[in-house]
Design a protein around this ligand. Sequence first.
Ligand code: FEO
Length: 171
Amino acid sequence: MIGKKIEEAILKQIQVEEQSSRIYMAMASWCEVNGFPGAAKFLFTHSDEERMHMTKLINYLNDKGGYARLKDLDAPEYKFKSLLDIFDQVLKHEEFVTASINKLFEIAFGEKDFTTSQFLQWYIEEQIEEESMFKGILDKFRLVGEQTGGLFHLDKELEALANAGPKEEFL
Ligand code: FEO
């Protein structure tokens, strides 16, 4: 049976992952109405990935004798200055998610719940990959600036990345 303290911490992480899914969905919608179909596809796909992160936590908690209940979510931001602004916010958000996962790991380890600590390794690695991918994307956006041609190509690259699946490197 999973401890109450860890159950509460996992419930909080479920909320973080679900909120992440909404944030990326809102960003994808902005991209779709602002002429960036590739970035929209990429962010819709990423929103789905966050849902998968959430579901994995729900399944784990229920499997270990807890009960995954969903918490309230905030309305996501829907006004953005540019595509660069969006990806800048994505990276910052992922850094927040990483800190949240690390905190959860610290709690599980502190409680000597080594099964949960082991389970969380997957999330720790996932965060390393995600931060690295978004840093790569952001570097490209900074290089291109506001040049229409460059943005068009980056949009195409993001579409290719979405089509290639979640684990491809952006280079
Ligand atoms: Fe579930 Fe992008 O972190």
